[in-house]
Design a binder for this molecule. Sequence first.
Ligand code: G3H
Ligand code: 13P
Ligand code: ZN
Length: 315
Amino acid sequence: MALVTSKKMFEKAFDGKYAIGAFNINDMEIIQGVTRAAAALNSACILQVSKSALKYAGPKYLKGMVDAAIDETGIDIALHLDHGPDFETVKEVIEAGFTSVMFDGSHYEYEENVAKTIEVVKYAHDKGVVVEAELGKLAGVEDDVNVDAANATYTDPDQAVDFVKRTGVDSLAIAIGTSHGAYKFKGEPKLDFDRLETITKKLEAEGFAKYPIVLHGASSVDPECVKMCNDFGGKINGAKGIPNDMLRKAASMAVCKINMDTDIRLAMTAGIRKFMAEKPDAFDPRGYLGDARVLIQNLVENKIKNVLGSVDSLK
Ligand code: G3H
Ligand code: 13P
Ligand code: ZN
């Protein structure tokens, strides 16, 4: 098994009506927790790196640790740039050996997003790297880009078709009501599944059958995990994520990649808070980081089995 692109993963996921989990990585414990879970369930997975994760850990460390995870677990992994802000960052990670990149031009005017995405696609495809782009605006915080919730706009289906046709991107992230972070809904959770269906149908009608759609901001923000944080000194109030049944529904439709970062952060924080509260005399980082790693593995196994449906996708 090896470092691969997500192309075959998405083909199988679309046909099998499941999705591949894309988990944000920042350090060794997250990489090990996620990949041990994927290996235990024989599931493909995508490990993704934001611009700020690149700044925190550096591309060489992250790529080196992902290579080690592949050696240790024997699974297929796609290494992906999450919310790539510009051409230079795309170039940097491709040179470092990433197999997939996202160029996020969603905050640009439409024509500028098209033009910049075309430039990235041309460069990446020449190097055998696949490209994800984004159309529509998610509410919340995406790396350094603050998209005011009030200006959040869902993806226009006709524009999505035009965008895919003109740019040649391999997958498209759309806005249908998800958002980044732990506070996704003030009221009842709601996703625009009709819009997802319309986008898929229109793409199919224009010759893009089985086109992979990506869902960002898809953490479910498990209340038990939030409670564990708060029981041990945390103050996370009013957090709400995407219900698991909605994610399952999206995965059974054209959504082939589901992005999760917040859930990993919460699991890690819960584990560390509990450890610190229960063992105030301990100061070996392997104690609390080890506990956090186990919680991440449990979380990801649960996602693969009950949300993504990607068990045995490496068969
Ligand atoms: O979508 C954003 C991801 O959660 C990455 O966040 O920039 O804090 O690493 P970050
Ligand atoms: P969450 O904040 O819902 O985990 O979303 C992560 C994400 O979309 C990374 O690109
Ligand atoms: Zn995102």
